[in-house]
Design a protein around this ligand. Structure first.
Ligand SMILES: [Zn+2]
Length: 177
């Protein structure tokens, strides 16, 4: 039996969400957008996804209202991809999924996410256990965990070695063509 292309028979909001973020690479594109990656080439370099797949995923996320395209340069025209409000709402899900993944065999503690205001590591839903508040992504500090490769081969991973706030645009002009 052929696998259907969607979950049309499912009357379920989880199935509806997976129509948007359930394809391979898609949630990693969203993850990178939280890390501050905005440009096509930077997604490409960091993810290592095939070009056509990445372009398709970016377009699908725009159509779904998760990302929006912003022009940052006119000649030649260049766009960047930024999370919308709907996209930002995915942060607790990503946080939760990341912690769940740490429980898998062979999983690594690659990045640590803290409430920037107090330095406490976030809870499973992106909340700060010390302050008792949900922490918006812009107030989350991301630092390297003990298992992060200290000498990654690609420039985006190198730029992401330094502690940084989520959503802060990745600056890596030196490596651009
Ligand atoms: Zn706190």
């Amino acid at each position: 039996m052929a696998l259907g292309k969607d979950y049309a028979a499912q009357q379920c909001s989880i199935a509806r969400a997976l129509e948007v973020i359930g394809e391979r690479w898609t949630l990693l594109v969203v993850r990178d957008a939280f890390y501050g990656v905005r440009r096509y080439n930077d997604f490409l370099v960091h993810l290592g996804a095939p070009r056509a797949v990445l372009a398709g995923r970016l377009q699908a996320l725009i159509r779904a209202g998760v990302l929006e395209k912003r022009r940052y340069q006119e000649s030649p025209p260049r766009d960047e991809y930024v999370l919308t409000e709907r996209g930002l709402e995915l942060w607790p899900t990503l946080r939760s999924l990341g912690l769940w993944g740490r429980g898998l065999p062979g999983a690594l503690a690659v990045r640590i996410f803290r409430h920037a205001a107090c330095g406490t590591e976030l809870g499973a839903y992106g909340e700060c256990p010390a302050c008792g508040v949900g922490v918006p992504p812009a107030e989350v500090e991301m630092t390297p965990g003990p298992d992060l490769d200290p000498e990654p081969s690609d420039p985006v991973s190198r730029a992401l070695l330094a502690p940084r706030r989520l959503l802060e645009p990745l600056e890596m002009e030196a490596s651009r063509p």
